[in-house]
Design a protein around this ligand. Structure first.
Ligand SMILES: C[S@@+](CC[C@H](N)C(=O)[O-])C[C@H]1O[C@@H](n2cnc3c(N)ncnc32)[C@H](O)[C@@H]1O
Length: 311
């Protein structure tokens, strides 16, 4: 066994949204350790079928072991980016699709993956280890202006310029190759003071999002998962970052609108009528219950949005 331990979030809420049924076909674009997938397969017994995708080879192996033990013959797994879901899932073939974004607990917990400032490891952060660009390549290769831009835009780091310049100075002296080196540099430049969060939290998040091209892949992934759905199918997306949530919200709103906005600005007089192709069964984001927040700290910033394809 791979020892892949990840507590899935918002499980009851995801099942309530997807309503898995016998004979149904489901797409899990972020299968991870198979936590949500197992629940979807159990709820769609005896013959519901699930296609699971993940870009991380370790996740695909763990999901295969977990699901294979209980649901052999009722699932298939592909190591692909969900942005490329169209390559493995036929258009209009699924009753439900799930994206549970971000990192898995094992990705964070294994020092050698380089996602965490809590443990020392190579500055890597690739979810798909077949891709060439690592966090070290960005930290040591990009100009201070570019680094500051991603620290601010993706991490919301207010000290982005100063920290980027500190990185530039440090790497002129020696390359920054480990998570500890980077975390200690940020901590020296930006002491923790009374703050609860580690001062490198936002820098690490921004780097992870850049290394894995997360926002552009999400835009493509939403389109790909949407096209995989049958009429009446449901797309459920769990986000952990406000920029991701905004993308999902805008995506759903555009589909559910009865007009197009020609151009950049929405001028009501210029709107062009169109037939809505989606509805929001719940307009607002669904948040974890207090009990879940207590039991699973990873659920803290999770938000679920659900979009239904109209017939
Ligand atoms: C939060 S975990 C999912 C956990 C899963 N729902 C479970 O219950 O075990 C997110 C997973 O999505 C994968 N992932 C993130 N972005 C991806 C993308 N663009 N394409 C494919 N997999 C992605 C990560 O490798 C990780 O395994």
């Amino acid at each position: 066994m791979t020892g892949f331990k990840h507590e899935p979030v918002l499980v009851g809420e995801v099942l309530a949204a997807l309503k898995p049924q016998a004979g149904g076909r489901y797409l899990d674009g972020t299968v991870g350790g198979g936590g949500h997938a197992a629940r979807i397969l159990a709820a769609s017994a005896p013959d519901g079928f699930l296609v699971g995708l993940d870009q991380d080879g370790m996740a695909i192996k763990a999901a295969g072991e977990r699901l294979g033990a209980e649901f052999a013959g009722r699932f298939e797994l592909h190591r692909v980016n969900f942005a490329a879901a169209r390559e493995v899932v036929a258009a209009g073939s699924c009753d439900g699709a799930l994206l549970d974004l971000g990192v898995s607990s094992p990705q964070l917990d294994r020092a050698e993956r380089g996602f965490s400032f809590q443990a020392d490891g190579p500055l890597d952060m690739r979810q798909d280890q077949r891709q060439p660009v690592t966090a070290a390549a960005i930290v040591n290769g990009w100009g201070a202006e570019e680094l500051a831009r991603i620290f601010w835009e993706l991490g919301g780091e207010r000290d982005s310029r100063r920290l980027a310049r500190a990185i530039e100075r440090e790497r002129a002296f020696r390359k920054i190759e480990t998570t500890r080196q980077l975390a200690e540099l940020i901590e020296r430049e930006s002491p923790r003071g009374g703050r609860k969060a580690h001062p490198a939290t936002k820098i690490f998040m921004a780097l992870r999002m850049e290394v894995n091209d997360e926002l552009p892949k999400l835009a493509a992934g939403l389109e790909a998962c949407w096209s995989a759905l049958k009429p009446g199918g449901v797309l459920a997306v769990i986000t952990f970052h406000s920029l991701e949530d905004r993308m999902v919200k805008d995506f759903g709103r555009n589909l559910a609108r009865d007009y197009e906005v020609p151009g950049e600005v929405d001028v009501p007089e210029l709107r062009v009528p169109k037939t809505p192709v989606a509805k929001w069964p719940k307009g607002k984001a669904i948040l974890p219950s207090d009990a879940e927040l207590k039991a699973n700290p990873r659920a803290r910033s999770a938000q679920l949005r659900v979009i239904e394809k109209l017939n």
